[in-house]
Design a protein around this ligand. Structure first.
Ligand code: HMG
Ligand code: MG
Length: 309
């Protein structure tokens, strides 16, 4: 399909997609996907042109059994010519990641006490204290650190989350030394006005837009509208999950992430470069959907699976 080149309208020329399907997607699948299939998934994602592919998590295997094979998986993909960030909640996780040569790690905080407890067995501040040596040691080793912040808009236990509460934890993550933040709408309740208000408040608190990525889940079908709002604000890093896989095992009502294909379709239509080959990506998600035994929730995957792109 030929795409007309549109006026840029203040939008960025290029967006970096932070692909989370192999981690955020597969961590939430009922079935545990075999390690070899995960490795092939990551290879196919790289083959489709994705350059940042979150590979797995070095968390407690009892907490996320779907990713308990991190030690077996990471070496199988480590030589791909792409960035392969991994989640590490604590020093034990960092040790495991560094031992395998990981060069990008992510800590994951919560804006709310309820989710901090459910996801990390800590208060918000205890979790930040747990991350402090992780970020310090990683930075001293030249390792890039992303700081996720979950429940930036709403929380299943606490309802709407005040912007000031989110800004406080974002500032704390930046002050710990995180290189970039990812603003998580874990349960997918954000709408564009709320996104704009949070981004403005973060700028006012001295957090530059260039350090921010966005991580939308698509529960209410708002993920693309929210993404466009963030792009208009100057954000150029967008998290997405191939085929719309995903959710979070410790958040009720967390559905799939924004599907990478839906994002690429919109960006391609806007003339924004991502480096992604949409046809290869759709084929990859269709292949993974076959492994999972259910169709992809991505509209773009469904629309293009049987068509020429
Ligand atoms: P805890 O039970 O408080 O752990 O869990 P602990 O520190 O008390 O340690 C207990 C035992 O676990 C010890 O073993 C540790 O060594 C071991 P023992 O001495 O009893 O034999 N242990 C570990 N083992 C392996 N790897 C580790 C590790 N850490 C401790 N890293 C902990 C605390 C943080 C470990 C636990 O709560 C945990 O693993 N949580 C992870 C939850 C998770 O992965 N959630 C999903 C990712 S977040 C997300 O999806 C949201 C996001 O997508 C953004 C969005 O959408 O909002 C990022
Ligand atoms: Mg997520």
């Amino acid at each position: 399909m030929t795409v007309p080149a549109p006026a840029s309208d203040g939008l960025p020329a290029r967006v970096r997609i932070h692909e989370v399907g192999a981690r955020d997607g597969l961590q939430n699948e009922k079935a545990t996907v075999p390690t070899e299939v995960k490795a092939e998934f990551v290879r196919r994602l790289a083959g489709a042109g994705l350059t940042t592919i979150e590979a797995t998590s070095f968390v407690h295997p009892k907490w996320v059994p779907q990713l308990a094979d991190a030690e077996a998986l990471f070496p199988q993909v480590a030589d791909l010519p792409v960035d392969l960030p991994v989640l590490v909640p604590n020093e034990r996780g960092l040790d495991r990641a560094l031992a395998l040569g990981a060069r990008r790690v992510a800590v994951f905080a919560s804006a709310t006490e309820s989710f901090a407890k459910a996801n990390l067995n800590r208060t918000v501040d205890e979790a930040l204290a747990m991350f402090d040596p992780v970020v310090g040691r990683a930075k001293a080793d030249g390792v890039h650190v992303r700081g996720y912040l979950s429940m930036c808009f709403g929380d299943p236990w606490e309802g709407p989350v005040p912007v000031a509460q989110v800004v406080r934890v974002c500032r704390a993550l930046i002050d710990l030394g995180c290189d970039e933040l990812s603003l998580g709408d874990t349960i997918g309740v954000a709408t564009p006005g709320h996104v704009q208000a949070l981004l403005l408040a973060l700028n006012e608190a001295g957090v530059p837009t260039g350090t921010l990525g966005v991580h939308f889940h698509d529960t209410y079908g708002q993920a693309l509208a929210n993404t466009l709002t963030a792009l208009r604000h100057g954000v150029t890093t967008v998290d997405a999950s191939a085929g719309g896989l995903g959710g979070c095992p410790y958040a009720r009502s967390a559905t799939g992430n924004l599907a990478t294909e839906d994002l690429v379709w919109m960006l391609r239509g806007l003339g924004i470069d991502t480096g992604v080959d949409l046809g290869r990506l759709v084929a990859t998600s269709a292949w993974m959907a076959d492994h999972l035994g259910r169709p992809s929730p991505s509209r773009t995957v469904r629309a293009l699976s049987h068509k020429e792109q």
